[in-house]
Design a protein around this ligand. Structure first.
Ligand code: HEC
Length: 141
């Protein structure tokens, strides 16, 4: 529990989310109940600069959009096809070069130092965009 509180504090500081900090300090909620991982993921997406290369709405930037990718198969540069489950998404962030999506330049650096809770949040953000049935799945093409 203490670890969550600590991590949350660190995450908030990293994101510079002052508004939220004041709010949380006032209401003293149980942090485990109150963490909105998707919202936190959204803040980290900007804070870590993922936003430069990944869109949330299907727009192609340097990297694949997060929209609709969770649970979908993707062809990798090494010729294998994998399902983008949560373990895959985590690996894609921590160790980007270990699984490069076909059709992209491997321009993404790895983020081995991201704390677990922040990885959870970034993955939660991607997962939250994964069930949009109207979304184009072929965002990697
Ligand atoms: C400099 C541009 C750049 C930045 C910054 C960047 N990425 Fe990427 N990312 C890419 C590219 C290009 C790919 C596709 C090639 C590959 O797999 O390495 C990719 C692939 C991914 C994938 C796999 C996508 C798929 O379709 O399977 C995930 C997940 C991901 N990035 C998450 C992140 C997160 C989270 C951050 C921030 C912590 C981030 N990226 C920062 C360029 C970037």
């Amino acid at each position: 529990m203490t670890r969550w509180v600590l991590c949350l504090a660190v995450a908030m500081a990293a994101v510079g989310c002052n508004e939220k900090e004041t709010q949380d300090a006032q209401s003293q909620p149980d942090p485990v109940e109150e963490i909105d991982l998707v919202e936190m993921g959204l803040s980290l997406h900007s804070a870590y600069g993922c936003v430069r290369c990944h869109s949330l709405d299907g727009t192609q930037v340097a990297g694949p959009s997060y929209l609709g990718i969770h649970g979908q198969p993707v062809a990798l540069l090494d010729g294998t096809t994998v399902i983008r489950d949560e373990a895959y998404l985590r690996r894609s962030i921590v160790s980007a070069k270990s699984q490069v999506v076909q059709g992209y330049i491997a321009s993404m650096g790895s983020y081995p130092h991201i704390p677990d809770i922040e990885l959870d949040a970034l993955v939660a953000l991607i997962v939250s965009l994964g069930n949009n049935e109207t979304s184009p799945i072929e965002s990697t093409q």
